[in-house]
Design a protein around this ligand. Structure first.
Ligand SMILES: Cc1cc2nc3c(=O)[nH]c(=O)nc-3n(C[C@H](O)[C@H](O)[C@H](O)COP(=O)(O)OP(=O)(O)OC[C@H]3O[C@@H](n4cnc5c(N)ncnc54)[C@H](O)[C@@H]3O)c2cc1C
Length: 438
């Protein structure tokens, strides 16, 4: 039996016109007005993704008068299009944090590593968000060197107090993921998966329930960064005490000094027809979601209505490949040859923001304008935690914000013109290592 009846399966009118499974199965949500004329508030947030909505909700809970300005619709960016995988940790290993920034930074990163998933679980419970949240994720290995790395990572997490993560090999691993492609993996019961778009729509509803206001179809053209910052759109402006810029990979010209610090990278996802629970229970006996350990991983999971949602691949610069299906389906067949005849019903692409270091970027561009961006492909949980860091900073609690804000900014090698070829070269190198299984 499927565990949820999809009540809003309306492919003829998907949310925001997007071609994704998420858009076709989005919970009903109001259309928000466009910003017309002048508004004032305490805090103006640019971008209604996980980072912006999370920070806005947190600030509304703390009693601030908050306005969110979104260029398209709530969750239109990466937050409403991703794999929905709650992967604890960062895009870099903890030993790398220590190597780059020292033991204190490692301890601080470690202490915050599981906060994002806890925030998601808290909000789902507190606001009754219907987003098919399920427990458990795994990072899996195809070779012995990869499995050794996962064993090291498991020990690293245990050292940071996250003792629930465990390594499993062979038959033990197959109890969670039934594919010949893997020899084992690191399993995390505190990870999980969810319908990402419905989660962010739920955050928006909770925010509005606390008196917050959202304007959609209102792209920010620029932000005046003076003592009283002003956020401008084509037809209106918002004066605030503080502004949070959370446009991530879609920010574009609204703040060129911020968007030049990241590289938009697209990733692609397909979703099959409904496969039925018998087959899916055979493939995913514990309903964990799966990501492999490669530099450019495959990531996939069951959906609540009995499909396989399978993602992978990247295009540096954030464009779409010629054929999403052509790129992802062969990977899916390698993992699950028994799905050779499965029909693909949805396919889409979305952009995340890569930083040169693969650590997130957070900070201030003036006394009154703050930003957070660049989760480098692992943002479902991290953005929740960083959204909270932004809200705390507005409230004068700077210590955890400063852990991230104090990381040095390192520009892309090759500058704006050559950062794409540079990253392609880098990924070719890591891709070769992946092919060799090292
Ligand atoms: C295909 C894909 C799969 C992924 N899978 C996973 C996964 O399974 N697990 C995981 O941990 N991470 C995953 N990620 C990464 C994760 O989705 C992101 O890190 C996260 O959603 C980023 O959230 P955000 O709020 O910072 O950015 P976004 O969600 O992109 O939100 C930014 C918002 O700002 C708006 N905006 C931008 N500029 C302006 C402007 N000038 N004016 C007004 N509004 C503006 C945009 O319209 C957008 O709605 C994936 C990403 C992609 C693209």
């Amino acid at each position: 039996m499927t565990d949820r009846t999809i009540e809003h399966f309306t492919p003829a009118a998907p949310y925001a016109g997007l071609p994704s499974y998420y858009a076709a199965t989005a919970n009903s949500t109001p259309r928000r007005p466009e910003l017309l004329g002048e508004e004032t508030c305490d805090i103006c947030v640019v971008g209604a993704g996980f980072t912006g909505m999370g920070a806005a909700l947190e600030l509304a809970e703390r009693g601030y008068k908050v306005i969110v300005i979104e260029g398209e619709r709530v969750g239109w960016g990466a937050s409403g299009r991703n794999g929905g995988q709650l992967v604890n940790g960062y895009s870099r290993r903890m030993q790398e944090v220590r190597k780059h920034y020292g033991a204190d930074a490692e301890a601080a990163f470690g202490a915050m590593a599981l906060e994002g998933q806890a925030i998601i679980r808290e909000r789902v419970a507190k606001y009754g968000i219907q987003c098919d949240l399920r427990a458990g994720n795994a990072i899996v290995a195809m070779s012995k060197p990869q499995l050794r790395e996962l064993a090291e990572r498991t020990e690293e997490w245990h050292r940071h107090g996250h003792s629930e993560m465990f390594l499993a090999e062979g038959a033990e691993a197959r109890k969670h993921i039934n594919s010949d492609r893997y020899i084992g993996g690191m399993f995390d019961p505190k990870g999980g998966h969810m319908h990402s778009l419905n989660y962010v729509l739920g955050e928006a509803a909770a925010f509005e329930g606390l008196g917050g206001r959202i304007f959609e179809h209102s792209r920010v053209t620029h932000v005046d960064r003076g003592a009283v910052p002003v956020v401008h759109t084509a037809k209106g402006k918002v004066s605030a005490k503080k502004v949070l810029v959370c446009g991530n990979a879609y920010l574009g010209d609204a703040a060129p000094d911020l968007s030049s610090r990241i590289l938009p990278v697209s990733s692609q996802i397909i979703t099959t027809e409904v496969l039925g629970d018998d087959l899916l229970e055979e493939l995913f006996p514990t309903n964990y979601c799966i990501e492999d350990i490669r530099y450019i991983p495959d990531y996939y999971r069951r959906t609540a209505d009995g499909r396989l949602l399978y993602g992978g691949g990247t295009v540096y610069g954030g464009t779409d490949p010629a054929s999403i299906e052509g790129k992802i389906v062969p990977q899916m067949h390698l993992t699950f040859p028994q799905l050779k005849n499965a029909k693909i019903e949805f396919q889409w692409s979305g952009n995340f923001a890569l930083t040169m270091t693969r650590y997130p970027q957070m900070g201030r561009v003036s006394d009154s304008v703050y930003f957070s961006q660049g989760d480098s492909g692992h943002g479902v949980t991290t953005t929740q935690m960083l959204g909270r860091r932004l809200a705390e900073a507005i409230d004068g609690q700077m210590s955890k914000f400063d852990v991230f804000a104090s990381l040095p900014y390192i520009p892309f090698v090759g500058g704006k013109l050559f950062r794409v070829p540079y990253c392609v070269m880098g990924s070719w190198y890591y891709g070769l290592r992946d092919k060799l299984g090292i």
